[in-house]
Write a protein that binds this ligand. Structure first.
Ligand code: NDP
Length: 242
């Protein structure tokens, strides 16, 4: 806990927090004093991250939620709001990808799965949390997008579509919600060293992939900016291309 505790009165929900970027974001927000609610589908992995956060002096709890299941999202949000009564930070981070071939060879159920997690779930989460944030005139919805949402991605077309879609949806929602003092932001990373996709990032050189903690630092920057400041989008690349 070597950072000033600036988020002590805030509840932060982080999806996909069982590993990778989401776990790093959860650890970072907890280190800044937030009470963090971690969610994903793997309860053992979630408990491990919660235990690490608590061992470091942070406040964290976890609840499983399969983001492909709208009724589970509804229950998750209801339980968070019943328990805490408020939520100031929502990080839509969970995501899946498929990079195994051209679009015409991808099975339709893969597209549906990816769209459910990467695009529909952020919408359902925003839909469920926004009314509480609007009532409080305070909230920040941070979406982990990708540079794949800015570029063509051969052999990853449907993944790219989810991120292009996420960008369009969230920059629009940002304009709807800013009048209520609720900020909606996008973070678009290039390759991050995690187990995402087929784990290709592990083959990159040290400077060829971003660390999950680097993304967490960006999220912390967004979550701690001054009330009058609204950083709407951050792009972050590895220093080296290879
Ligand atoms: P990981 O594969 O390491 O982690 C993905 C997370 O999503 C896990 O916590 C996983 O938890 C969760 N998840 C997967 N399916 C579901 C589901 N059905 N319901 C709930 N949670 C689910 O990926 P990263 O940490 O690398 O990726 C995080 C985000 O960053 C994603 O949105 C990704 O698109 C984006 N991104 C990643 C990049 C990279 O190079 N790694 C680059 C640019 C963007 P569990 O298995 O327990 O359900």
């Amino acid at each position: 806990m070597n950072q000033p505790a600036t988020l002590t009165d805030q509840i932060a929900v982080v999806t996909g927090a069982s590993r990778g970027i989401g776990a790093a974001i959860a650890r970072k927000l907890a280190s800044l004093g937030a009470q963090v609610v971690l969610t994903a589908t793997n309860p053992n992995q979630l408990s491990k991250v919660v235990a690490e956060i608590r061992a470091a002096g942070g406040r964290a709890e976890s609840r499983t939620c399969d983001l492909t299941q709208p009724e589970q999202i509804e229950t998750f949000v209801r339980l968070v709001l019943e328990t805490h009564g408020h939520c100031e930070i929502l990080v839509n981070n969970a995501g899946v990808g498929w990079f195994q071939g051209p679009l015409h060879e991808m099975p339709p159920e893969t597209l549906e799965h990816m769209f459910a997690i990467n695009l529909r779930a952020p919408y359902l989460m925003l839909r469920a949390f926004a009314p509480t944030m609007i009532a409080a005139k305070r909230g920040h919805i941070i979406n982990i997008s990708s540079l794949a949402g800015k570029n063509p991605v051969p052999n990853g077309a449907a993944y790219a579509a989810t991120k292009w879609g996420l960008n369009g949806m969230m920059v629009s929602a940002a304009e709807e919600l800013r009048q209520h003092q609720v900020r909606v932001s996008l973070v678009a990373p290039g390759t991050v060293r995690t187990e995402f996709g087929s784990g290709l990032s592990s083959q990159k050189s040290a400077l060829g992939a971003i660390a999950p903690d680097d993304i967490a630092s960006i999220v912390a920057l967004l979550a701690t900016q001054a009330d009058e400041s609204f950083i709407s989008e951050v792009q972050i690349r590895p220093t080296l291309k290879k």
